[in-house]
Design a protein. Structure first.
Length: 388
């Protein structure tokens, strides 16, 4: 019976080892992918017309005319946690008369009912970019393209076969992703892989450690000495190794479920000093443009509002400037601004406000707050944020 029990757990040990080996293979695969991407981008672009055997990340130069009426919006694309679209337009090459789909980059969403306005591009275009296949699996909900007659076209993913039937053009089997320096494009911070190689290596270590622990516990439980088997203490505790093995897998799931579904019963220590504004108040484009007159676009703002700005206000402003210097390498990501009149569409509590690079007011402080509180909150925000 113990042999059968041991073989049963040995199957799980083998499974965990196999998962660890798989993660190691994924680590090498992702590392090779990123290395190939870096090597191809530094290579001299190859003329698109002479490409006979296309491959991923091949650096190419292509020239032709954009067919502006054949523009595609890929929805539900995020950039720095902001929703938007990926814009692709068909380019016709003059010499080979090929039609290639050019990925021009990301644009933010303006509203649920209206698509972003895209200016048409006329004349011969000389572009550089890299080839990218579209064969990887992408999960979609329902039909990929709801209205095939709409222009521009809106889709959930790039399906070249489907697009060929809609646009009535035979498309090149790869798309061209424009370089950041290429003209007539948008945000092109391309993501090569969402999971970096180091994370796969960490997963592999976890699977191997679980296999080792499970093997040690199962051997200890199944192959005890005969004298130990007959002792009363051993019989009393013989089931504890099994309970321990089950607990390793079951307890984390139970705790995760409790914290997920009953989180409102727990009161954790508040880490921020300022008053969190929920939901954040988005500044209008007009107001945000006014604030950006000081060249603070895409930076974090510490906005102080005081009218008039008396001696205490001036002292606070001076201390906030010291807060900016105390941020060290992150000081260029923050701008301190003083305004005499409110710039919000509605009344907000406080006199000092934190505004993210997207124009969202998310935290406030009273006028007599401790500047160290602002410094500590800014350090936490800048540490976890990649924007600005």
């Amino acid at each position: 019976m113990k042999i059968k029990f041991f073989l049963f757990w040995l199957c799980f040990v083998a499974l965990f080892c196999a998962l660890g080996v798989w993660q190691v293979a994924r680590y090498h695969e992702k590392k090779q992918l990123i290395d190939s991407y870096q090597q191809q981008l530094t290579a001299i672009p190859v003329a698109f017309d002479v490409v006979k055997q296309p491959k991923d990340f091949q650096h190419v130069s292509v020239h032709g005319d954009f067919l502006n009426e054949d523009t595609l919006f890929i929805q539900n694309r995020f950039y720095h946690d902001r929703l938007g679209y990926e814009v692709l337009t068909i380019l016709k090459t003059p010499q080979s008369s090929q039609y290639v789909l050019v990925d021009r980059g990301w644009v933010p969403s303006v509203s649920e009912k209206h698509l972003p306005s895209i200016e048409p591009i006329t004349g011969m275009q000389n572009l550089t970019g890299y080839l990218k296949s579209t064969e990887e699996y992408q999960f979609i909900l329902g039909q990929n393209i709801l209205d095939t007659h709409a222009r521009p076209l809106v889709a959930q993913k790039i399906d070249l076969t489907e697009l060929e039937h809609i646009f009535h053009h035979a498309l090149f089997p790869y798309i061209v992703r424009l370089d950041k320096t290429a003209p007539d494009g948008f945000v092109r911070d391309w993501v090569i892989t969402t999971v970096m190689p180091e994370r796969h290596l960490g997963y592999a270590v976890q699977w191997f450690l679980m296999a080792i622990v499970l093997l040690i516990v199962s051997v200890r439980f199944c192959f005890r000495c005969e004298k130990c088997k007959n002792s009363a203490s051993t019989r009393r505790h013989s089931r504890w190794p099994l309970y321990s093995i089950l607990g390793v897998f079951i307890v984390p799931m139970i705790l995760a479920g409790i914290f997920f579904y009953a989180h409102h019963f727990f009161h954790f220590k508040q880490l921020n000093h300022g008053e969190l504004i929920t939901p954040p108040v988005a500044l209008s484009n007009k107001i945000y443009a006014t604030l950006n007159q000081n060249n603070v676009k895409h930076r974090w703002l510490v906005l102080q509002i005081a009218n008039p700005c008396n001696l205490n206000c001036q002292v606070m402003h001076s201390e906030l400037l010291q807060v900016q210097k105390a941020l060290g390498n992150n000081r260029d990501r923050v701008f301190i601004l003083n305004r005499a009149t409110p710039v919000f569409s509605k009344q907000l509590p406080g006199d000092i406000f934190l505004i993210d690079p997207l124009g969202n007011v998310f935290m406030s402080y009273p006028k007599n707050t401790n500047p160290l509180f602002v410094l500590q909150d800014l350090k936490k925000v800048l540490e976890v944020s990649q924007i600005g």
